[in-house]
Structures are given as structure tokens and as C-alpha cells.
Design a protein around this ligand. Sequence first.
Ligand SMILES: NC(=O)c1ccc[n+]([C@@H]2O[C@H](COP(=O)([O-])OP(=O)(O)OC[C@H]3O[C@@H](n4cnc5c(N)ncnc54)[C@H](OP(=O)(O)O)[C@@H]3O)[C@@H](O)[C@H]2O)c1
Length: 288
Amino acid sequence: MNFHESNRQAESNQQPTPFFLYGTAWKEEQTAQLTQRALQAGFRGIDTANQRKHYAEEAVGHALLYAYEHLELSRSDLWLQTKFTHLAGQDHRLPYDPRAPIREQVMSSFESSLAHLHTEVLNAFILHGPSLRHGLADEDWEVWATMEELYMQGKIKAIGVSNVSAAQLQLLLGECKIKPRYVQNRCFASQGWDRDIRQICNHHQIIYQGFSLLTANREVWESAAITQISQHHKCTRAEVVFSFALALNMLPLTGTSNPQHMHNDLRSRADMLSEQELMFIKNIYPQK
Ligand SMILES: NC(=O)c1ccc[n+]([C@@H]2O[C@H](COP(=O)([O-])OP(=O)(O)OC[C@H]3O[C@@H](n4cnc5c(N)ncnc54)[C@H](OP(=O)(O)O)[C@@H]3O)[C@@H](O)[C@H]2O)c1
């Protein structure tokens, strides 16, 4: 199988997780073409959401059809992840009836994701974010219970949650029947690269998916120190940041629109940086 397999915790849920995900947000009419390019470049893990406001999930499906027809890829070569988004995170282009009970909203969103992505099973289904800033609301528990149900029916290989705080994740872990396999969060260097959440993830064998590794940390990846490290390794500054993320056991996301960046990003390696370089980047912000 043509997976970029990670050598990390991924094996325990019996599906190899790609070592890098291509993110499809904010690409609008270029979504299909860029996703196709990413597959051509070698990405095998695709992240999307049934949230038309920021993603064009149907267009991701068009790229998949192209890949099956022209790139000698089959469904089993690919790892597909999408999300359920609460009403508050959507615009008027909804994948469900807003008056329907939450369980039905999740089921409708899930079914239309399957149709958009031309698949019968998802590799991962993610709650895009809790509906409250603090704690978990009844609706969040209902979404989670529905996701658990789909997981137990074998329609989803793994479930996860995004945009969570450490307290929300602990709450979920304390009460859920099926533990999240993935946490997808924006990763700020200024918060020790999301240290608190990553610690919980490591403890519970949850794979931490980091997004905005570049855009949330511009002052870091454009710094003279990172430039120097990249020159030493003859790679781009983005590769330094992504290699650092891999060394920390993260599953990084990139949404680059640039084919050269796609190739560069895929060259990132968990073993590229020395212990000293890793420590330096880890502590680039003094710990509070
Ligand atoms: N769960 C959530 O709420 C959530 C929120 C945000 C994002 N995400 C997911 O994460 C994915 C990635 O989003 P992101 O926030 O990390 O940002 P991104 O969309 O990947 O943006 C990265 C930015 O860095 C630039 N860049 C420059 N050099 C680069 C290089 N070598 N490699 C990669 N990028 C380079 C890119 O420009 P070029 O295009 O010119 O390379 C782009 O402007 C999204 O598509 C989505 O799937 C999820």
C-alpha cells in the first residue's frame, strides 16, 4: 500500500495513519485541482469538513474520482477525514435540517459526506468543535454518542475532536464510551506547541493533529534561528517546523496551494533535527 506510514501510535486502531495530512480549507473553486495536485505530489491523507463556509467537500470528491481514474490510486490507498460542524459554525449552505434533532443532523451530515467523497466508510470523523467555549453542552454529548454509534457500526474507522481545550478533552475522556483517536488543534508555539493537550494525547494514545503550524507561528518559522537551522539541513523553514512537529509525534496538516511547497512539505522527517535543535524549538518561548 502506498501509505506514508508513521511509526507511531497509529497501529493500535488497526489503520495506518498517513504521516502528513493535506488540508482542503479555503480553496473554493480551486479545491478539486489543488487536492488533485496534492495527491499527485504524494499526499495520501486528506482532511476536509462538511462545512461549505470554509470547505468544498464535494470538490474534494471530484479530485478523488480523478485520482481513481488517472493516478492509479484506489480508495484503500487513501485516508479520508471529514467533520461534523454545529449550526453556529455553518453558513446558510447546511448539510442538515437545522430543526432536526442533533442525532439526525449528524447522520445527515455524515451521509452527505459519504456521497461527496464517494466512499462507504470514513477513516476519521471529527467533531469540528464543542458548542461552548468552556465545558461540553448536551448537544456535544449527543453528537459524540452518534459518532460512537457510527463507529460501532463500522462506518467510521476512528473518531476525534477538534478545537478543544485540555479541560474539555479531559471531560470527554472521562465520560465517553469510545475515546477519541484524534485531536485536531491549532498549534501555537507560544503555548509550548499546545503542550497541555499533547500531554493528554500522549497519555491516552490519541494522535494529535496540528494545524496552522506555520500561520499561527509566523514569528517563529520566519526567525533567523529557524532560517539558520534550515540552511544547515539544506531544506525550507517550513520543513524545519514540520519535521519538528513529526519529532513531537504530531500528525501535521498543510493546506499549501503551491506544488513546490507540497513536495517540500512531504520531505519533512521526524529524525531530521538534532536533540539540541528540537529542544531549542520546543522552548522557543520561555515556559510559563
Ligand atoms: N479544525 C479546524 O477548525 C481547522 C482550522 C484551520 C485549518 N484546519 C485544517 O488545516 C489545514 C491547514 O490549514 P493551516 O491553518 O495550517 O494553514 P494553510 O492553509 O496550510 O496555510 C499555510 C500558509 O503557509 C504558506 N506557506 C508558505 N510556505 C509553505 C510551505 N513550504 N508549506 C506549506 N505552507 C507554506 C502557504 O502559502 P502557499 O499556499 O503559497 O504555500 C499558506 O499561506 C486546512 O486546510 C484545514 O484542513 C482545520
